[in-house]
Design a binder for this molecule. Structure first.
Ligand code: ZN
Length: 113
């Protein structure tokens, strides 16, 4: 997919990183190089950062889903082995989430330079 330059910007100038269009970050002076979800153009470090944040969101979503499932099924005589497996998966997801958050911190530092 080819990144589209937003209407109204000067087509002759190098497109800038559009991170300020997300609610998370401020303006960025680096050139936009990577298309994020085909919607906005980001510099390399901000593209990495947003990818990590998306992944953290997805993993967090699955942890919450498993929490909900365990709450509904944990005490109602559900299959022990299955319960154990969900519990184990939940621990793994939480560990992955911690790891992603560490990566996000360093990606954010890098993006701020
Ligand atoms: Zn940027």
């Amino acid at each position: 997919m080819r990144p589209e330059v937003a209407a109204g910007t000067n087509p002759l100038s190098q497109p800038r990183c559009e991170i300020e269009k997300t609610p998370l970050e401020g303006e960025c002076q680096r050139p936009g190089e990577v298309s994020h979800k085909g919607m906005i153009l980001l510099c390399g470090p901000h593209a990495v950062l947003l990818q990590l944040e998306d992944r953290a969101q997805a993993v967090l979503g699955s942890v919450l889903q498993m929490d909900e499932w365990l709450q509904q099924n944990g005490s109602s005589g559900a299959d022990e082995e299955y319960l154990g497996r969900i519990g184990h998966e939940r621990e793994e997801a939480k560990a992955a989430l911690r790891h992603i958050r560490v990566q996000i911190r360093s990606a954010r530092k890098e993006a701020q330079q």
